[in-house]
Structures are given as C-alpha cells and as structure tokens.
Ligand binder design. Structure first.
Ligand SMILES: Nc1nc2c(ncn2[C@@H]2O[C@H](COP(=O)(O)OP(=O)(O)OP(=O)(O)O)[C@@H](O)[C@H]2O)c(=O)[nH]1
Length: 634
C-alpha cells in the first residue's frame, strides 16, 4: 500500500517537475567518448581541455570528478572559428548564434566502462556519444562493440574520424575549422581523404549504418555524422563541438530540460586515502546536499548512509591548498561529484543513487535501488544449464548479459565484483550437468590465485577479458573444442543406419566377409550389423548379431565410410564379432535372402541426437525410424 502511495507521489512529483521544466532552462548534456584502443580518445579529450587552459582558463573549464565541464563561454570561444569565412558552416554571425545549453559535461574515462554505467532503467544517461575512428584504420573490433552498445541503449552518436593529420603530406593549421583546412591541402591529400572516408562509409554500411560527412548530412535522425578531426593539430575539433551543440540543443531539448527531480548514478567506487571508500557519481538532474540521506545498491543488499561531503577537485591554480578537494554544501546538475560517506565499501558501480525525502519510505527506496540488480538476476535463464558470469559493475554486467542473450549463450548464474569461492562452487555444479557450461566468464574483475586454483581443481574454466567479444571468442572456441572431444568419446556408441543386400559371401565365418549392395544409408567401420528373423511358427522375432564392421573395400581400396552413391559394383564388408558374442555362420544362421541392417538401439539413437545431430541427414532419420520397429525399439 505504502509502495503504491509513494510511487503515486513520485509520479506526481515527476509530472510537476516536468511541468515546471522549460526549453529555456536546459541542463548540460552528458557526453561519452568510445572507440577502439589507440584511436585517440584520450588525446581528443585533452585537446578539447587544453586549448582553453592555454587561453588562461578562459571560459572557466572545470575539472570535475570523472568528468570535465565545458561551460558555454568556453564552447563559444572554442567554436568561434566555425563562423569565419571558409569554415563553410553557414551559421550566420557568431554574436547572433544562440547557444542554449549551459555547457557540456564530458565523461573523462573513455571507453565503455563509464558508458555502460551511465544507465537509467535500461536506457542511457549519456545524451550523446563520440565514437572515435582512426581514419587510417577504419572500423576495428571495439568500434563494432561500441556501435552495438550505442544501439542497444539507443544513444545518439557522432563519429570523430580522427588522425587526419596523418594523411600523407597534410599541412596543418592548428585548431582550424575542418573544411577550411581541407581546402588548403594539395589535390593528392584531398583525394586520399576522400578515398579513406569512402572506405569508412562502406564499412559503416556493412554494419547497417548510413554514415555521411556531417556537413553533407541532411537527415540527422537517419544518418550518422562523420566529423574529420586531429587530436594533435586540433583541426576539426571546433566542428565537432559545434555539431554536439547543435545536435543536443536542436534535437534533444526535451530530454535536456532541467528537472528538479533527482537523477544520479554511481560511476565508480574508489578508496581514497583519508576519506575511505567514496563513490564518484554523475548527477544528471536535481540537487544533492551535504547531509542528504542516500540509498544505493550494494553487493550484500541496499546501503543507506548519509552524505558526509560533496567533493570536486581543487582547481589547478590552487594546488598549494592543502586539501585535494573543494567541499560543497549543495550541487546542482549536471555535475560529476565525489561523495564521501560511511559504509560505501560494498556499493556497486552503475547503481542509481536515491535521496530519502521527507515523504519517502526508506524501505521502498531500498527495494527500488536493488530492483535493477534483482531484475538482472531474474532475466537469467532458468533452465539451470548455462555459463556463470561475473562483471565489475551493474553496467558492464548488463552489457555482457545483453551480448550473451543475443549470442544465444544461456546463463545460469551471475555475480558482481571480485570472484569468490562461492562463485566457483556455483559454476562447478555444471561440471556434471553440461561440461561446456562449467565456465565462469569474467568481465573486468579480479581473481585471487587461490580462487583460480579452486576453479582448476573443480574443473571450472575461467575466461577473463575486458573486451566483451574477446570473452565470447574464447568461449566459442572452448565449446567447439568440447563438442569435438565429446564426438570422439561418443563415436563408438553412435550407430549409423544402413540396409544391405548380400550379393555373395567371400568368407562364411570368423571373420565373415560379404559382398553387398547398400540399399539405404551409409556404411561405416564400427557399425554393428545384424539380421532379423521371424519364426514362421511362433511369430517371434530373433535378432542375430553378426558383429561389427572392421573394414570396408571397394575395388580393393579400403575406406572408412562408404555412401550409397559411392558403392559402384559392390562393397566388400568384413565383419568380426566380439569375444562375448557367439560366432555366426553364413549359410546356417543367415544367408543371401536375409537383409543385413545396422543394429541400432535406443541408446545409440540418443547419442546421435545429442552429439551428432548436425551430421545426421533427414534420409538417415527416416531410415532410423523405419528400422526401429524391426528391432523392437519403441
Ligand atoms: N597523428 C595523430 N596521432 C594521434 C591523434 N590522436 C591520437 N594520436 C596518437 O595515437 C596514440 C593513441 O592515442 P590515445 O589518445 O592514447 O588513444 P586512446 O583511444 O585513448 O587509447 P586507449 O586509452 O588505449 O584506448 C597516441 O600515441 C597519440 O599521440 C591524431 O589526431 N593524430
């Protein structure tokens, strides 16, 4: 009852917050940088920051926790060059341009760690992303993984086509607008640019994405924009920032309206000397205050604690001040903040942070905050046959589970944080049930040597990686290996169906050698053969086992497998019985009037079904079905 009441109150508050919001009061968009290693993500971030540091912190760029804040003044300075002649931007006069966003909050940790943790009820808190692609390399494995993440979370993104200064003979004009720089290049450089860009466009097309140079983009909703940049010379960086400004304020102002309702996410959990365990959060809406009672999701259940301090880094010029941090009484969105509070040791990155308000029931908030972990746990396949996964944060766990789901890999257990013995024990229950799933897929987590040893002893395979698709590749290779081993082990139990007509007997007993015609099926060394006789008086059937095929020949050429189509003028089959079987004599126990068939059993059919399913043809299944009643298999 209470829960419903609170939900109603919250919904009401949200309605009020939305009603009070306006397109004139926008908050700063949050931007993440993703891309393959070494494409220049860090350098690009540095470049945006540095230009303004050089200009004596003009515009007041501020370093936040895990993020850099670019106030609109800094953006205005940085993009001025876009209004010059030759920039090709057709933006009118600089002083007339209406910068509506108060600034831009760029998350400092590039890569998908922070992107996946900036999450809210399945969607992303990252308003816009920059996907960095090296123009010399095109799309690389992690680019594809980033695209997948961006698509899953429906996050709009632009592509920085970086390292244009590496085009042969490029003449740089530092921090220039791209088109002006390109116009100044020799024809050969312009041509190389065009060919390389075209190649990238084709690669995007292969991913089902329509990419175009941003200044040719007539439909931002449909096409991905490419912005050529150099993180070294700064060329194209003004274009990139201008594009971010325009895309966010023109196309997503609804999502950026400032709301008084709190929205806050834990990006990282960190131990800081003197402060103990702290959490770095992104406050994307609302206000946080010192002394607030907060609720976050923890490894062992919800954590309720009180904000002891709200911290941001000390500005560079004040480095001599003793404390590394500035304390705040309250902080308004959008901001990256460090929170110091007791009992945060078990907090989980990716969790939401809620503040207990005067009307709130703490129990309900606790449930809400744990809800996401519970719903992730509930999303796990309940067939109880599947791999176990362990990830560092809620965000990465979610991304990994999404990926496994789309790759149709079942999951039986999940965990967050460092791998413990109990996680190995859980995975080990699979050893008997399904060996290929006795696996722990670890994404960006630490494992003690001792725990690894336990896994070895229990027969649990551990795969570690900090790139999702590497985990996937390793696991796929492993399952292929296991399947192959299983086939080798099961091969003696597998019986392939065949029906043979006896043409003549070359040897009547020990071993029996027959010349045969294959009526149906395939002959293989190892197949047990029999004839089925019906007693004319009693009507009782009698299965006479002749033994197993030990060799096959066509025209004196030995073969392991002979298909019906290969048999030519007939096949010579050598049949030997096992020591425990009685020897059979051609002419007495059976003769050329008998049809010889594979002695299939319930068990042999099951082996074919479980291990060789992909190898059995439809005709062979039909033949098995026909042989079953003759051999008395229900
Ligand atoms: N010539 C040239 N080199 C660049 C450019 N951007 C980055 N680099 C160089 O490329 C290398 C990788 O750059 P980073 O910024 O560290 O790349 P990253 O994407 O952050 O790499 P990871 O953090 O490893 O994922 C460095 O040696 C940079 O100096 C560019 O625009 N032009």
């Amino acid at each position: 009852m209470k829960k419903a009441e609170m939900a109603a109150k919250k919904a009401q508050r949200m309605v009020e917050a939305k009603a009070a919001a306006s397109k004139d009061d926008l908050r700063s968009p949050i931007c993440c940088i993703l891309g393959h290693v070494d494409t220049g993500k860090t350098k690009l971030l540095d470049k945006i920051r540095q230009t303004n540091v050089q200009e004596g912190e003009a515009g007041g760029i501020t370093q936040q926790i895990g993020a850099t804040y670019f106030p609109v003044d800094a953006i205005r300075t940085k993009t001025a060059v876009m209004f010059k002649e030759g920039a090709g931007a057709k933006l009118g006069k600089h002083e007339d341009f209406d910068y509506k966003i108060p600034g831009l909050l760029v998350i400092d940790t590039p890569g998908h760690e922070s992107f996946t943790n900036l999450r809210s009820r399945g969607s992303s808190l990252c308003n816009i992303a920059i996907l960095v692609v090296d123009i010399m390399h095109g799309l690389e494995p992690q680019t594809l993984e980033s695209i997948r993440l961006l698509r899953d979370r429906k996050t709009p993104f632009i592509v920085a086509l970086n390292k244009i200064d590496r085009l042969f003979d490029w003449k740089a004009t530092p921090d220039n607008a791209f088109r002006d720089s390109l116009a100044k290049q020799k024809t050969s450089v312009q041509r190389e640019f065009e060919t390389r860009t075209q190649k990238v466009i084709t690669e995007f097309a292969e991913q089902g994405l329509n990419a175009v140079l941003y200044y040719d983009n007539k439909n931002f909703a449909r096409n991905v924009s490419l912005v050529p940049t150099s993180a070294i010379t700064g060329e194209g960086v003004p274009d990139m920032i201008m594009l971010l400004v325009r895309l966010t304020q023109e196309r997503m102002s609804d999502r950026l309206m400032y709301l008084s309702e709190l929205e806050c996410t834990v990006l990282e959990v960190k131990v800081i000397e003197g402060l103990g365990t702290t959490i770095d959060v992104v406050l994307s809406n609302g206000v946080l205050r010192e002394g607030d009672r907060i609720v976050v999701c923890g490894l062992n259940g919800p954590i309720v604690t009180q904000v002891r301090a709200l911290l941001t880094p000390q500005p560079l010029r004040e480095l001599r001040v003793k404390s590394a941090y500035v304390h705040h009484k309250e902080i308004k969105a959008a901001m990256g903040v460090k929170i110091s509070a007791p009992e945060l040791e078990k907090a989980i990155a990716g969790s939401h942070l809620l503040v207990v308000g005067p009307d709130d029931d703490e129990e309900v908030l606790k449930e809400e905050v744990m809800g996401e972990l519970t719903s992730l746990v509930n999303s796990v396949d309940k067939t109880e046959r599947g791999v176990c996964v362990q990830a560092s944060t809620l965000g990465s766990l979610e991304a990994l589970l999404d990926f496994l789901k789309s790759s149709k890999i079942p999951v039986s257990g999940i965990g967050i944080g460092p791998v413990h013995k109990k996680d190995i024990m859980r995975a080990s229950t699979m050893v008997e049930k399904a060996k290929e799933f006795a696996v722990l897929l670890c994404f960006d987590v630490t494992i003690d040597r001792e725990v690894e040893k336990l896994a070895e002893d229990m027969g649990v395979r551990i795969f570690k990686a900090d790139i999702i698709y590497h985990l996937f590749d390793a696991f796929t290779a492993y399952t292929a290996e296991i399947t192959e081993a299983k086939r080798r082990d099961a091969a003696p139990q597998a019986v392939w169906p065949c029906r043979l007509r006896i043409l003549r007997a070359f040897a009547k007993r020990d071993p029996i050698i027959l010349g045969v015609d294959i009526i149906d099926g395939t002959l293989r060394v190892g197949t047990p053969l029999c004839v089925v006789k019906k007693d004319p008086q009693t009507g009782k059937t009698d299965i006479i086992d002749l033994g197993k095929i030990t060799s096959l020949e066509i025209n004196h050429k030995t073969m392991d497998v002979i298909k019906k189509s290969q048999q030519g003028a007939g096949v010579a089959v050598k049949i030997e019985h096992a020591a425990y079987q009685t020897s059979k004599l051609f002419g007495r126990h059976f003769d050329e009037n008998d049809e010889v068939i594979s002695h299939i059993t319930r068990a042999s059919i099951d082996v074919l079904k479980s291990t060789f399913k992909a190898d059995v043809t439809t005709e062979e299944w039909v033949l098995i079905k026909n042989l079953k009643p003759r051999l008395g298999i229900p």
